[in-house]
Design a protein around this ligand. Structure first.
Ligand code: FAD
Ligand code: UDP
Length: 364
């Protein structure tokens, strides 16, 4: 059989494209080299029966009603607002930096206006914001930068704040009020039965065939298709002809703690300066699962391994652009997703990119 579409990668990018194309009557073969669907958003019950995110904590948040409504076709939701604390010399402080962070750290009792004035005095004003260092210094000044951002960033990326594009640190706002939510988006929810169940429903269409533990190389030998959607790393597609495009990897250390109702007070605790890992997440906070034990994950950033993060900096963008130029010659292939577009996308942004890609195909 010849499929209308081969889709490489069963993460958000691939699954959304598969769902839309199948719905429009096209036959789709969706493959993934991993033994499961969901890409990095895949979740599963560990051997102790706790729902975990094997590839690190995934919290859904978006300002787009359209994206939220689209995904709501495949899942119910449970309201969840993520909260994060950072450990500094044994004390915990809200992240993003807010009024509580400043008052607790410096032994102050500032009002909201007081914090505004305080930050105005300590910030190091930058006329042009190019790097993540500019972002942080411009918003909170040198001391808070060293305490909460410099070392965390070095650990996470293997690079200094000054070597990363502004977009990395801009993900974290600065607040002068007591809002201690990690995200401030309009829609903040977790899929009630988990991400994998949501993906299963997206892919439950007779026009979709899913083949797991199967690479593009395998498919080239055994199947035929008219057009392809590729959601893997763009440099791999082109055999690294211009050299490797850097992607940051992580080692996840998963641990189960029997007879532990609650290991930490909130979903994620960041360790900006101490420890080799960046953060610990306790899944029961995210999923609200009832269980006598608890499961946690520690994230250790590393250079080698599965590609998890594109590394946003000028020279990588330049290299990406060279690969992107090659995609022009691939008339029957569309490149979409965090790895193929080399964009530090959140899940909702990948869904938006994939919907746009599928709709263009359908409407052309
Ligand atoms: P992926 O999920 O990476 O899927 C690509 C798939 O392609 C993979 O399954 C891969 O195995 C497959 N593949 C690659 N090459 C081949 C090949 N040659 N043959 C076959 N298959 C191939 N976003 C949020 O919105 N909220 C969060 O809280 C959040 N937390 C995150 C935490 C971590 C630790 C990480 C790494 C990411 C997080 N994200 C979060 C981002 C989110 O994971 C991504 O935006 C989203 O999952 C990307 O989807 P994708 O389909 O583009 O890529
Ligand atoms: N960051 C930091 N300290 C923190 C939290 C974040 O320095 O306590 C910086 C760091 O560079 C990180 C970036 O802000 O990579 C974005 O953080 P986010 O939590 O969005 O990263 P992700 O969840 O994507 O790993």
């Amino acid at each position: 059989m010849k499929y209308n579409y081969l889709i490489v990668g069963a993460g958000f990018a691939g699954a959304v494209c598969a769902q839309k194309l199948a719905e429009s009557g096209r036959s789709v073969l969706l493959i993934d080299i991993r033994p499961h669907i969901g890409g990095n958003a895949y979740d599963k019950y560990d051997e102790h029966g706790v729902l975990i995110h094997p590839y690190g904590p995934h919290i859904f948040h978006t300002n787009s009603k359209r994206i939220f409504e689209y995904l709501s076709l495949f899942t119910d939701w449970r309201f969840y607002e993520h909260r994060v604390l950072a450990v500094l010399n044994g004390e915990t402080y809200p992240i993003p930096i807010n009024r509580t962070t400043i008052n607790k750290l410096y032994g102050l009792d500032l009002t909201e206006e007081g914090v505004e004035n305080y930050l105005e005095n300590i910030r190091i004003k930058k006329n042009t914001i190019k790097t993540s260092e500019d972002v942080v210094l411009n918003s909170v000044g040198a001391d808070l930068c060293e305490k909460f951002f410099r070392s965390y960033t070095k650990k996470q990326w293997g690079l200094d704040l000054s070597e990363l594009s502004a977009g990395v640190a801009s993900r974290i706002p600065t607040r002068t009020n007591d809002d201690d939510r990690y995200f401030s988006d309009t829609f903040q929810f977790m899929p009630s039965q988990g991400y994998t169940k949501m993906f299963e429903r997206m892919l439950a269409n007779k026009n979709i065939t899913v083949k797991l533990s199967s690479s593009l190389e395998d498919a080239k030998k055994t199947v035929r298709w008219e057009k392809m959607i590729y959601t893997g790393p763009i440099d791999a597609y082109f055999n690294y002809c211009f050299g490797k495009l850097p992607y940051r990897s992580l080692r996840f250390e998963h641990l189960h703690l029997p007879d532990t109702q609650c290991f930490q007070v909130t979903g994620t605790i960041n360790y900006p300066n101490e420890q080799q890992f960046t953060r610990i997440t306790e899944f029961k906070h995210l999923t609200k699962q009832q269980h006598t034990g608890s499961s946690i994950v520690r994230e250790y950033p590393q250079e080698e391994g599965d590609p998890y993060y594109p590394v946003p900096r000028k020279k990588n963008e330049t290299l990406f652009k060279r690969y992107q130029a090659l995609t022009e010659q691939e008339k029957n292939v569309v490149f979409v997703g965090r790895l193929a577009q080399y964009r530090y996308y959140n899940m909702d942004q990948v869904v938006a990119a994939a919907l746009a890609c599928a709709e263009k195909i359908i409407n052309d």
